[in-house]
Design a binder for this molecule. Sequence first.
Ligand code: ATP
Ligand code: MG
Length: 403
Amino acid sequence: MQTVVEKGSSERLVMVRYGELFLKSEPVKHHFIGLLLRNIGKALSASGLHSHSETPRGRILIFGNEPEKIADIVSRIFGIIDVSICTKTSSHIDDLCAGAIALASARLSAGMSFAVRAKRQQKTGLDSQVLGARIGSAIYEHIPGLIVDLDHPDYEVFVEVRDFGGLVYDSRITAPGGLPSGTQGRTLVLLSSGIDSPVASWLAMKRGCECTHLHLDGGRWAGSDVKTAAIENHKRLSRWCAGNPLMLVIANSEPLYDRMQEFHIPPRYRCVICKRFMLQVAARLMEHEGASAIITGENLGQVASQTLANLSVISDGVTVPVLRPLITYDKEEIITIARRIGTFDTHPGDLACRAVPRMPATAAILEAILECEQKIDIDTIITQACTELQYVTALNSEIVQGT
Ligand code: ATP
Ligand code: MG
């Protein structure tokens, strides 16, 4: 239920707009909004913020003492497209004008142009155009020297009149969109020290998946900073599921490279065998982690091991779904997202893989790979990797357990 606002009173709040949820049937929408409210509540209380919310049609209104902090946290919650800090007033024209003047006065001065964007939900009362014109005149009279420009204004103020009262705001903070976390089940994400897999994880989270991360620690075959950088990626991604612990499982893959060397496996096959191994370890751990798909940051043609032919040999190692959100992205597109989500600059130091050959096979033959795997008894190495696990928990950008 929404509280109808009395004439003369006003209150600041955070208004949330959700995107695709609109398209869902009523029961599904109801369920998804319930999960969104749960996620918002968890994220805010994890930061010590007390709040309560109302859900008028198409919006979530969040009331709390610190709207700026609330808006900042909520603008990282999946399922939300944007967030505005609003003044909630009565629907009386005097109060709408007062609310708009208060906001405009802080941002407008002589010589600047402005526009009022007004809309109303109900059919009665002043129509949107009249509302806009009345509020525009009130601002114009209050601040001397303004110019009205409806096409390219320096400043816009938005007024929405709804059945419970009015909402007045002048900015929109862009949120990630997507679907609320928890609407699509859990995935196990192969997380490396690189740029791609954190973006793949974020994209899976964006589409409503809960994620558990899995890192394969190559020991002396991996660059000395690889594990630390993977944990840093994990930590930074936890900012995107505020209030929910994010798990990282670390398994040991050093024996795989030792065995490939010991048994003189042609170096050109190493990358394909390594990726098949990672998928098989992930597939074995999935049930325990409650995941129903594996996510990787693989990308078509990015490196020699990621040709279509190799990806097909790699996928052949498992029967579970393997999702590759970045498969068609250009590196620049991936980097743009990585910068935006805060995982781009986590990678100083020695990150090179010592097992990568000079010329990896670009079209590995499945039969040849299977023969190599038999030679090194890969099943035993997989079993061993799955029994010696380390768990690292991140919460709100901090490692809270495990290192
Ligand atoms: P990224 O692709 O994440 O930038 P990368 O370039 O080091 O890392 P690639 O060789 O491109 O790794 O590997 C392709 C994918 O395999 C990665 O995106 C990731 O999903 C997975 N992967 C690679 N190395 C590891 C690892 N050590 N542990 C877990 N997953 C890994
Ligand atoms: Mg990569």
